[in-house]
Design a protein around this ligand. Structure first.
Ligand code: GLY
Ligand code: MN
Ligand code: MN
Length: 437
């Protein structure tokens, strides 16, 4: 299962329909990145490039030329090369770019210096993501300067550069039915992997063993690549928000927080579950856990079309502040504690982020001065947490070192929202039942 050719074509047409008359859009692919000496990182295509092409090779450039007689969609790519393909794998080549990827016209990437200036010439506006790839920025300026050098011979250089991201990222924010199906698959795979981690957890195992369980379970189902670096934090390590060392032994009586999710066909999932290493929550752990869960439920209730981006966050803050007062961890009235940001000692991040091809996906959170209004097709995470630092002397020692986050992926629908990641056990009873085997 992957995005259909029709959808890639529809995306290119939608982008071209937004472009001003007589303009050109230029978008380079990702390049291979060296890890060490002659070993490369696994290649990962640029999401904007893939979103418009479905083309998964490095050293390629997409060019869109609305209304061009000889074809609007031009792709530069590597030529076929028998020798190189034996060593490094299949290449579509310009012919394959047309036949298999729907390009109207395709050229070898080595000819781009000769061909692209001619395609730019006469177009008044260039849509391009300046500053993302400094090498490519320089090439583009060279091509434009080459046209500028010929103005006395009648050449017309472009006079305006527009930010391609602005248009493309707004498109990416609204997920189609095909995209949501892939995100459901990513979410289901990761949810089962989290359950596997719960089932196989035991005191004495190491954090990296649970990381391995998650990665293995995801890879077995086609989610070979993690959407981000997995966080597996036992005990107080859960209070380090971006803890990725994952090298400590899990202790009887501690909680473990796992924030991990796979990517499936270029779409991310992002799940956090927190559970007791020995399968049974202590009284304090349960109190904090249920408070985070209540905050998450309150936030998810606010994920409905017409509400603005910040409403779920505000709802989670309110529940957490009231709950922390009730448990004696904060003192004062909710209003003052919220106004003074006192809760930020326990809950220092925001409720979530857009989710899509990128785990922290593209799309604006504000339009002008106003929070963005939630609309069907948007996908976001809802991930409140409470983290009680080991050196927080304002609370009784029994609370210190407890860190809990609960994170789900939620798609906004016409009626409200749907949680994509509800396959991962979440209530205290569900978790304890799964861990009891
Ligand atoms: N795992 C990254 C995040 O939750 O934002
Ligand atoms: Mn997240
Ligand atoms: Mn996460």
């Amino acid at each position: 299962m992957s995005i259909s050719k029709q959808e890639f074509s529809r995306r290119r047409k939608a982008l071209m329909a937004m472009m001003e008359p007589n303009s050109i859009a230029i978008l380079p692919s990702a390049s291979e990145q060296s890890r060490s000496r002659d070993i490369e990182y696994p290649f990962r295509q640029d999401n904007d490039f893939y979103y418009l092409t479905g083309f998964d090779e490095p050293d390629a450039v997409l060019v869109l030329l609305p209304e061009r007689e000889h074809g609007e969609y031009v792709l530069f790519c590597r030529e076929k090369d028998k020798e190189k393909e034996i060593w490094d794998g299949y290449r579509a080549g310009p012919e394959g770019a047309c036949i298999d990827f729907g390009a109207d016209d395709a050229f070898p990437i080595d000819d781009i210096d000769e061909i692209l200036p001619g395609l730019i010439e006469g177009r008044e506006r260039v849509y391009y993501a300046m500053g993302k790839d400094p090498d490519f920025d320089r090439h583009l300026m060279e091509w434009v300067n080459r046209i500028r050098a010929k103005v006395r011979a009648g050449a017309i250089p472009p006079g305006e550069f527009l930010d391609l991201d602005h248009f493309l990222h707004d498109m990416r924010l609204y997920k189609s039915a095909e995209e949501i199906r892939l995100m459901e698959t990513a979410a289901d795979i990761s949810a089962r992997a989290h359950q596997k981690a719960m089932e196989t957890c035991a005191p004495g195992r190491y954090e990296y063993e649970l990381e391995a369980e998650i990665k293995y379970a995801c890879a077995l189902e086609g989610g070979r690549h993690a959407a981000y670096n997995s966080i597996v934090g036992g005990g107080a390590n859960a209070c380090i928000l971006h803890y990725v060392e994952n090298n400590q032994k899990l202790k009887n009586g501690d909680l473990v927080l796992i924030d991990a999710g796979c990517e499936y066909e270029f779409y991310a999932s992002d799940i956090t579950r927190t559970f007791p290493v020995n399968g049974k929550f202590s009284r304090e752990q349960k109190a904090i856990y249920n408070l985070v869960l209540k905050a998450q439920e309150a936030a998810i209730e606010k994920v409905v079309p017409g509400n603005h981006w910040n409403e779920p966050h505000d709802a989670s803050v309110r529940v957490i502040v009231e709950g922390l007062i009730e448990l004696g961890l904060l003192k004062g009235t909710p209003e003052t504690l919220i106004e003074k940001d006192a809760y930020k000692a326990f809950y220092m991040h925001r409720i979530g982020h857009w989710l899509g091809m990128d785990v922290h996906d593209v799309g604006d959170y504000k339009v002008g001065d106003e929070w963005r209004v939630l609309e069907p097709g948007m996908v976001m995470t809802v991930e409140p947490g409470i983290y009680i630092a080991t050196d927080n002397n304002t609370v009784e020692s029994k609370w210190r070192g407890i860190g809990v986050r609960i994170e789900d992926d939620v798609v906004i629908t016409k009626e409200g929202c749907r949680v994509l990641t509800d396959g991962a056990p979440k209530t205290v009873d569900e978790i304890e039942a799964v861990m009891a085997g």
